[in-house]
Ligand binder design. Structure first.
Ligand code: KIV
Length: 276
């Protein structure tokens, strides 16, 4: 049975921490799912860590759906959240509904995530009323990077902290089942977590959130162009991959790969008829 939003909400009530990871392809999603991670985000971080864009802004619905479908094929148990790309939900309630529905109907996801608090509350309410579970995302919202002036911690000053609390409460009232808090000071994240009944999932938001989310490429040491302060590298896959590729290159050049061990045989007498 696949994890549901009720299961996720009950984890907060039981004070059981909620781990979440991003995935973008079949193989990774399968591994994350088999490890027992209950929530998988097909994040629009895809744009940076897989597609090589400079930000998440160029990511399209078609790209997100392509990768969401692969993740859904790989993960049988986890609840899969599709991340709505830039400007696919701000323009109107109708656009938000149309694009969120594509994640569920075409992509096979069970929920969507969108960035913003009070400003998107009306859309969240409509999506939820129409049966689409929504995860909110406040604090550092990468789709607003040009407005925010860079990847910076949000909510250090009193006004901004108050606004983030209001945003979290607006998302809860609108029916969101969980909220990502990205790059918010740990004491503020703790306060927000206490003030809302739905789970908070932190990334760079300290240890007191109900759950934690990380970009899989960061924790595996795969994306090395920029390693955020909040990411912990549990392994260094980029180094391991480069070393394997270097060994392959050398062996092909030196003719030590392939050997007969990696080759197929046949009855060579059959070749005589070909060689006439
Ligand atoms: O796109 C993403 O991976 C995200 C996470 C950082 C929460 O939004």
């Amino acid at each position: 049975m696949r994890v549901t939003i009720t299961d996720i909400k009950e984890m907060k009530q039981r004070k059981e921490k909620i781990p979440m990871l991003t995935s973008y392809d079949y193989v990774t999603a399968k591994m994350v799912d088999e490890a027992g991670v209950p929530l998988i985000l097909v994040g629009d971080s895809l744009g940076m860590v897989i597609l090589g864009y400079e930000s998440t802004i160029p990511v399209t619905m078609e790209e997100m759906l392509h990768h969401t479908k692969a993740v859904v094929r790989g993960a049988r148990k986890a609840l899969i959240v599709g991340d709505m790309p830039f400007m696919t939900y701000h323009t109107s309630v109708s656009d938000a509904l149309h694009n969120a529905a594509r994640f569920i109907q075409e992509g096979g996801a069970q929920a969507v995530k969108l960035e913003g608090g009070e400003v998107v509350a009306e859309k969240v309410r409509r999506l939820v009323d129409c049966g689409i579970p929504v995860m909110g995302h406040i604090g550092l919202t990468p789709q607003s990077i040009h407005q925010l002036g860079g990847f910076k911690v949000r909510g250090k000053a009193a006004e901004e902290a108050k606004k983030l609390l209001r945003d979290a409460q607006a998302l809860e009232e609108a029916g969101a089942f969980a909220i990502v808090l990205e790059c918010t000071p740990a004491p503020l994240s703790k306060l927000i977590t206490q003030k809302v009944a739905i789970p908070t999932i932190g990334i760079g938001a300290g240890p007191d959130c109900d759950g934690q989310v990380q970009v899989i490429s960061d924790i595996l040491g795969l994306y090395t162009e920029f390693v955020p302060k909040h990411a912990k590298q549990y392994t260094k896959l980029a180094e391991a991959m480069k070393s394997a590729v270097t060994d392959y290159l050398a062996e092909v050049k030196s003719e030590s790969f392939p050997t007969m061990k990696e080759s197929y045989t046949m009855d060579e007498s059959l070749l005589e008829s070909l060689d006439r």
